[in-house]
Every structure is written in structure tokens, then in C-alpha cells.
Design a protein around this ligand. Structure first.
Ligand code: NAD
Length: 311
């Protein structure tokens, strides 16, 4: 029997997730959105690419959660994206309500699913889904680090004129202005980045990666990025459904790792059929730990705003 993935939110990120899942024949997909007709129409359109692209999975759309029953994974992309001048944190209260409802419904119909969060502000929305679902911590995972590292990898590859595939990178921390790209643990086919670029060039690329989302929002004006974000979310879906056990930077619930407790923060994890199967604790130097603490404190601030809403 084929696997089943629900994607909540049939907007830019959600529809592209559905398209990529279908293209890789990973699972049947149910798209859910509050706007009548949109998930149905986009679902049918993606389905009709099947004969041309050669995939045999079912894509359907719905405005309720009945058809999502017994999904293996629910990807939550529902909510508002940023507009120019907005930070991800400006979306906090509106998207908290959206994610709360989506989680309640998803969990009611798919009590054994794994939840992948995409909605911003990402780390806080993971916390909302974790509290509402009451799932174990391995089954609530946030997508941010794969995207942030993909941006960093892209800029490094362009700078050095090498294949993107050869660049591996590490970004820790929350998905925001305080994210912590680790140049020391970034390499080109094993060659450490500091041996290939001077500090000024590394700082320039780190800065561009950190502001990579805002750079695109500024161009688009009416929303935020979605091609790379959907690719990143689907890499997580694939690693889980195929039990590939990829080691990827994801937002995970920390329970003392890195000295952080009770928060979702981006760290390297192993993703397999049980969701997060391991959190890797890298030894950080003092500057890196301080940057991670600062990033965690920014996430904590958002959680403090949400706590009374879930009391
Ligand atoms: P979008 O506006 O294109 O799509 C959002 C969709 O959610 C809309 O179709 C809307 O109708 C739907 N929606 C709203 N409330 C809903 C509800 N209660 N139930 C179901 N659907 C609902 O936005 P987008 O570009 O697809 O972005 C979606 C979210 O993902 C935003 O919050 C954005 O900031 C976030 N995002 C996160 C990352 C990341 O790295 N984590 C990257 C890109 C985008």
C-alpha cells in the first residue's frame, strides 16, 4: 500500500510540496486549505501532470480533514507569509491560531502521524504543534535548517565556482536573524571552508544566507520563497518515508541538549521512519555557544507570548 502525506495549506509552499512528493512518487497526497476549491483544483492539476511526468500517485484536495485520515506524515504550511518589511516574528499570533487548528484536526484524523512544520515563525510554531498534539518529541519536526544551509551552500558554490552538490554546510539555531551558520563545519568535498575563503568573504556569505529569505521577499513583494522551502520539506518527507536516516539540520525539541531545555531550535538530527531518531550534539566553541544561546533566547521570547494562549 502506498504511503499517505497530508499537506495543510495549498498555497505556494504547500502546492509545491505536493508537486515534489508526486514527482518523486513518495506517497499519495491530500492537500487541505480553507479556501474552497483551491486545494481541489491544484490537486487535480498536479494529478494531471502524472501521465506526462510518469508518476502514479493520487493527489486530492479538500477543505476538511476526513480525507486525510491515517496519513503517515502531515506537513503544515498553512498560514500567512511575510511581506516586505515584516520579520517572521510578526506572523506569530495569527499563525499560532492557524497551526493550533491544523494540528488539532491533523492529530484527530491521523493519531500516528509525524508532523513536519513549515509555517513561520518556525520554531515557535513547532512548539504550538508540540503542545497541542501531545506527541512525543521525535514526531514533531520543523523545516528551516535545510533551507538555510541550502542558501549558504548555493552562495558558497557560486563564489567558488564549484558544484552545489560538493558543498555541505551546518547552520544551527532558530530560523531567523539569529541563526548560526558554522563556517568551521562547512566544507567543499571535505575541504574546510576557511581553507578556501578568507574571513571577510565567509562573513559576506554568512550574512547573505542569514538574510536569504528577506532578499526574496523584497523581490516578490507579495509573499515569501517557496521553491527551495518546498524542496527542503520534501527532503525531510523522503528521509522519513524511505527510512533513509539522513542527517539534516531541523528544528527539534531540545531537552537539555546544547544546554537548552523546552524549546525547538535547529540542530543536526537523524531522520528515519520514527521521525527524529537522534539529535547530534556537536562540541561548540564559546563564541558559537553564545550565538546559539542568543538564538534560543529569541525563540524563548516568542514562546512566552504564546504560553498564556495555551494555558
Ligand atoms: P501562501 O499564502 O501562499 O499559502 C498559505 C496557505 O495557507 C493559503 O492558501 C491559505 O488559504 C492557507 N491557510 C490559511 N489558514 C489556513 C487554515 N486554518 N487551514 C488550512 N489552510 C489555511 O503562503 P506560503 O508561501 O505557502 O507560506 C506558508 C507559510 O510557510 C508561511 O507562514 C511562511 O512564512 C512559511 N514559510 C516557512 C519557511 C521555512 O523555512 N520554515 C519557508 C517558506 C515559507
Amino acid at each position: 500500500m502506498r504511503k499517505k502525506v497530508t499537506v495543510v495549506g495549498a498555497g505556494n509552499v504547500g502546492a509545491n510540496c505536493a508537486l515534489r512528493i508526486a514527482g518523486k512518487e513518495l506517497a499519495d497526497v491530500v492537500l487541505v486549505d480553507v479556501i474552497e476549491g483551491v486545494p481541489q483544483g491544484k490537486g487535480l492539476d498536479i494529478l494531471q501532470s502524472g501521465p506526462v511526468e510518469g508518476y502514479d500517485v493520487d493527489i486530492t484536495g479538500a477543505n476538511d480533514y476526513e480525507p486525510t485520515a491515517n496519513s503517515d506524515i502531515v506537513v503544515i504550511t498553512a498560514g500567512f507569509p511575510r511581506k516586505p518589511g515584516m520579520s517572521r516574528d510578526d506572523l506569530l499570533l495569527a499563525n499560532h491560531e492557524v497551526v493550533k487548528t491544523a494540528t488539532e484536526q491533523a492529530v484527530k484524523h491521523s493519531p500516528n502521524c509525524i508532523l513536519i512544520l513549515v509555517t513561520n515563525p518556525l520554531d515557535a510554531m513547532c512548539w504550538t504543534a508540540f503542545q497541542v498534539s501531545k506527541f512525543s518529541k521525535n514526531r514533531v519536526i520543523g523545516m528551516a535548517g535545510i533551507l538555510d544551509t541550502a542558501r549558504f551552500r548555493t552562495f558558497i558554490a557560486k563564489e567558488l565556482d564549484v558544484s552545489m552538490e560538493n558543498v555541505t554546510a551546518m547552520v544551527l539555531g532558530g530560523h531567523g536573524d539569529t541563526m548560526v551558520p558554522l563556517a568551521r563545519l562547512t566544507s567543499v568535498s571535505g575541504i574546510p571552508l576557511p581553507e578556501l575563503l578568507d574571513q571577510a568573504a565567509i562573513d559576506r556569505l554568512v550574512d547573505r544566507a542569514r538574510n536569504g529569505g528577506a532578499e526574496i521577499v523584497k523581490y516578490l513583494k507579495t509573499g515569501s520563497a517557496y521553491y527551495a522551502p518546498s524542496a527542503a520539506a520534501v527532503e525531510m518527507v523522503e528521509s522519513i518515508l524511505k527510512d533513509k536516516k539522513k542527517v539534516l539540520p531541523c528544528a527539534a525539541y531540545l531537552d537539555g541538549e546544547y544546554g537548552i531545555k523546552g524549546l525547538f531550535v535547529g540542530v543536526p538530527v537523524k531522520l528515519g521512519s520514527r521521525g527524529i531518531e537522534k539529535i547530534y550534539e556537536i562540541k561548540l566553541n564559546a563564541d558559537e555557544q553564545a550565538a546559539l544561546n542568543k538564538s534560543a533566547a529569541a525563540v524563548q521570547e516568542l514562546i512566552e507570548v504564546l504560553k498564556p494562549k495555551l494555558a
